[in-house]
Write a protein that binds this ligand. Structure first.
Ligand code: MV4
Length: 507
């Protein structure tokens, strides 16, 4: 077994890896930038080493410096988390060449699936369905026209080097092709320095469903089932769940087998995810493979009972996977990404100090966070502060539990996505599981502009009455609002009684 793992990351995922190390009896080493000197992941690790100033380009992205730190402190392995250096094949190779264990897939497997078109070709060669289309870069608009006619409109022009939806254009009629090709090429050139664009049939209203796989170095590769990740905005996932409301046991079996086939073909080991589009008619198409542990891995952990991060460390140590090959998901798990974004203001990033934090608890609630009360939230890193994950026996129970947990959650000092998530949990379409990749952006105006619920109207009326009472008693509105004033003064208002009857807290 490995003895000491250096974690080349920050925030909640760094703390997640520290926790896995502790449970396995493995020492952990955090690295940190000046912005994170007092962060939880730094405090909870057994050792911590400063690597540079706040910008990631001068800290968490300095692969060679991080490897040097690992050597200096006597670590025998590096866990990259997600983002930062996690999917850079050069880094995986450099870690190996430094005589350290890379807690992830082989550098060659990262490279093999790194290019979209190469991954598409590999999938086709191994009988994994991909969206009908080409892999060759288009020469000109007339070639695009001919291909579009073969597959039928609408088609999608996609950047070969693509990712995150950049360099993508939907084309619904022949007359739009030339303009769309120019635009896709320009965008691809800007984003990736490569203007190669190819054509796919455009799938209308699909879901984003992904399969978690896990493989060891002894030839075992298993599927841990799917996650439904359709609730996303501008290619940023907001809510994930496992299983998917749209996946039957038979479909799970087929998608799992396809993902395992693809991972094997790529020479994959460790944890990885195959992304698919699931069309309305139940057909599924491979999109790409993510060669890292993902943000949303906890929902799979909660319904399978498998500790994915512990297994990443164990298989990297050469251990054999001892998980039964056919896992049936038990119950339902949902994750909400709690971000420092103001949904009411176009998801504008919010900064400041978290002056107060109350973490939800109770049955079936998990809180994976990189911050705590007192943390300073700036603009150097991703706005995701924490993940709130719940488990329920059924999807309906998980949704109710998430709603209850979000009501318990209190974060003061910055704007967060909490209210946004509350509105989603109350939404009839979400509750029916009737979601696809366009659902959130379609629904956002009504979610955010939603009329207050009856309970909210009553709460506001009661609050106003309490403040008026306090003002009449000469204590001022702020006293009523902040909880100053003595107990007698609070008890004497009839409105306080009404508020308590409504289940409100009187400060
Ligand atoms: C598609 C598609 C529809 N048809 N391909 C977007 C990012 C890239 N990884 C793949 N993407 C898509 N490819 C065909 N042929 C729709 C999307 C897409 C999407 C996919 C997954 C999750 C969110 C998405 C949001 C918009 C579009």
């Amino acid at each position: 077994m490995l003895k000491k793992v250096l974690i080349a990351n920050r925030g909640e995922i760094a703390l997640r890896v520290v926790r896995a190390c502790k449970e396995l009896g493995v020492a952990s080493v955090a690295v940190y930038s000046d912005a994170d000197a007092h962060a939880p992941h730094v405090r909870e690790a057994d050792e911590a080493v400063r690597i540079g100033p706040p910008p990631s380009s001068e800290s968490y992205l300095l692969g060679n410096e991080i490897i040097a730190v690992a050597k200096r402190v006597g670590a025998d392995a590096i866990h990259p988390g997600y983002g930062f250096l996690s999917e850079r094949d050069w880094f995986a190779r450099a870690v190996r060449e430094a005589g350290l264990v890379w807690i992830g897939p082989p550098a060659e497997a990262i490279a093999a699936v790194g290019s979209k078109t190469a991954a598409r070709t590999l999938a086709v060669a191994h009988g994994v369905p991909v969206v009908p289309g080409t892999t060759e870069a288009l020469r000109d608009a007339s070639e695009a026209s001919a291909i579009a006619k073969k597959y039928g409109f609408p088609v999608l022009l996609k950047a070969a080097a693509g990712g995150g939806g950049k360099g993508m254009r939907v084309v619904r009629a022949e007359s739009e092709i030339a303009g769309a090709l120019d635009a896709a090429r320009r965008e691809a050139k800007n984003a990736f320095g490569d203007d190669a664009v190819y054509v796919e049939k455009y799938i209308e209203g699909p879901r984003h469903v992904e399969i978690q796989v896990l493989g060891d170095s002894h030839g075992t590769m298993i599927s841990l089932g799917e996650r439904e990740c359709s609730v996303q905005r501008r290619h940023q996932k907001m809510i994930e769940e496992a299983p998917s409301p749209a996946v039957s046991p038979e479909l799970r079996e087929k998608m799992g087998a396809a993902a395992v086939r693809f991972a094997r073909a790529a020479g994959y080991t460790n944890a990885g995810t195959c992304e698919f589009l699931l069309a309305r008619d139940g057909s599924f198409y491979f999109l790409e493979m993510n060669t890292r542990v993902q943000v949303e891995h906890p929902v799979t952990e909660l319904v399978t009972g498998v500790d994915i991060v512990q297994w990443q460390i164990r298989v990297s140590s050469g251990e054999k996977l001892t998980i039964p090959p056919r896992i049936v998901p038990r119950g339902w798990a949902i994750e909400c990404r709690i971000t420092s974004e103001d949904a009411e203001n176009g998801f504008l990033p919010s900064t400041g100090r978290i002056s107060y934090l109350h973490v939800p608890g109770g049955p079936g609630v998990r809180w994976d966070a990189g911050v705590e009360a007192g943390s300073e939230v700036g603009l150097f890193y991703d706005p995701m502060l924490a993940k709130l994950i719940v488990w329920g026996a059924t999807r309906a129970q998980a949704v109710e539990r998430m709603h209850r947990a979000l009501l318990e959650l209190m974060i003061d000092g910055i704007e967060t996505s909490r209210e946004f998530h509350l509105r989603v949990m109350e939404d009839a379409e979400f509750r029916a599981g009737a979601i696809d990749i366009q659902w959130l952006e379609r629904r956002l105006p009504s979610l955010l502009g939603a009329a207050p619920t009856d309970a909210e109207v009553r709460a506001a009326a009661i609050a106003a009455a309490l403040i008026a009472d306090a003002e009449r008693a000469g204590r001022g509105a702020s006293a009523a609002a902040s909880g100053a004033g003595n107990d007698n003064a609070r008890e004497d208002s009839p409105w306080a009684k009404v508020a308590r009857a409504e289940g409100l807290r009187v400060l």
